[in-house]
Design a protein around this ligand. Structure first.
Ligand code: PDD
Length: 279
C-alpha cells in the first residue's frame, strides 16, 4: 500500500482526501515539483527546491515548509517506497475556501506529496529515438512557474499522442520554446543549443544538468534563442525531463532529424547522464 503525505500526516494513498472547495481543484491554484530519485537518493534536490520556491513566489504563496523539512519529508516518503527508482511529486495549493477568484485571507495551504515508481525510458526510445510534432506555443507568459494549471500543455501533448508522437515541440513567434512536458535541446552546426531560461520556458533541472555535463566534458554548447529554421535543420534533437531523462528525437513532423538516428552528441550526453545518476 503506498503512503502519501497530506497536510502533516503520512497516510495510505487510498485514504487521502481533499475537500471539494480546494482551490487546486476549483482553479488549478497551485504549484508542483517532480524530483527523480535513484536508489533512494533524490537527484539535484536543492535545485528542485529552489525552483519550487520560485514557483511559490511567482503565485504569491508563502513556502509552507523549510528546505530541511522538505528534505526530511522526501526522505520519509522514499524510505517507505519500494526499492526501485522513484519520482517524488510535491504539490501545494492555496487551500480550501469559498469560490472567489481573489485570494482567501489566512487560509492554510494544502500540501501533498507522493513517491511513485519511475521506470527507465523504453530501450527502443534510446536506441532509435522518438518522433515529435510541432505546434504553436499557445500557453501563458509565465511558463517559468511550475503550476498545476496545465490545460494548454495537456491539449498539446494529447495532439502529439494522437499523431503517434511522444512529444509536442512548441514554437512561439518563430522561436523554439520547449516541449509540452520537457525541454528541447538542439545540435546545430556541431554545437549543443538550449533556449534561454526566461518566462517562456520552465527552467528544466535535467536540461541544466545536461548543459553542466557538456561544460565539464568540453562539448561546445550555448544558451541562446533558437529559430524555427535552426530547429528544422538540426543535426540532432533531444528532449529532457526528470522522469524521461534524455530522449533522442529522430523524427520531427514526419521528417528525419539529421540522418534519422540518435546522433553522437546525444549518445555521449546519454552516457554521461547515466554516470551522473550514480552506480
Ligand atoms: N515536467 N518543461 C515542462 C513544461 C515540463 O513539464 C517539464 C517537466 C520540463 C522539464 O523539467 P525537469 O527537467 O526539471 O523535469 C520542462 C514534469 C516531469 C512533469 O510535469 O511531470
Amino acid at each position: 500500500m503506498s503512503m502519501v503525505y497530506l497536510n502533516g500526516d503520512f497516510i495510505p494513498l487510498e485514504q487521502a482526501r481533499i475537500p471539494i472547495l480546494d482551490r487546486g481543484f476549483i482553479f488549478g491554484d497551485g504549484v508542483y515539483e517532480v524530483i527523480p530519485a535513484y536508489r533512494g537518493q533524490p537527484l539535484a534536490l536543492e535545485q528542485h527546491l529552489q525552483r519550487l520556491e520560485h514557483s511559490l513566489a511567482g503565485i504569491r504563496l508563502p513556502n509552507p515548509l523549510t528546505p530541511v523539512r522538505w528534505q526530511q519529508l522526501i526522505e520519509q516518503l522514499l524510505a517507505q517506497a519500494p526499492n526501485t527508482d522513484q519520482s517524488v511529486y510535491l504539490q501545494i495549493t492555496r487551500g480550501v475556501a469559498p469560490r472567489d477568484h481573489a485570494f482567501p485571507a489566512q487560509t492554510p495551504p494544502t500540501v501533498f506529496a507522493l513517491a511513485k515508481p519511475m521506470p527507465a525510458p523504453p530501450t527502443q526510445w534510446i536506441q532509435e529515438g522518438v518522433s515529435a510534432i510541432t505546434r504553436p506555443d499557445n500557453r501563458w507568459l509565465r511558463c517559468d512557474l511550475k503550476t498545476t494549471a496545465l490545460l494548454a500543455n495537456l491539449l498539446l501533448r494529447q495532439e502529439a499522442v494522437e499523431a503517434g508522437a511522444v512529444e509536442c515541440v512548441l514554437i512561439r513567434d518563430g522561436m523554439l520554446t520547449e516541449g509540452a512536458a520537457s525541454n528541447i535541446l538542439v545540435v546545430h552546426q556541431g554545437q549543443l543549443l538550449a533556449p534561454p531560461r526566461n518566462h517562456l520556458i520552465l527552467a528544466g533541472i535535467t536540461c541544466a544538468l545536461t548543459l553542466e555535463l557538456a561544460a565539464r566534458h568540453q562539448i561546445p554548447h550555448q544558451e541562446r534563442p533558437i529559430t524555427e529554421s535552426e530547429l528544422r535543420q538540426a543535426e540532432e534533437l533531444m528532449l529532457t525531463s526528470s522522469t524521461r531523462e534524455i530522449v533522442p528525437i529522430t523524427v520531427l513532423d514526419g521528417q528525419p532529424v539529421g540522418n534519422g538516428k540518435p546522433g553522437p552528441v546525444t549518445r555521449r550526453l546519454l552516457a554521461l547522464y547515466q554516470e551522473l545518476k550514480g552506480p
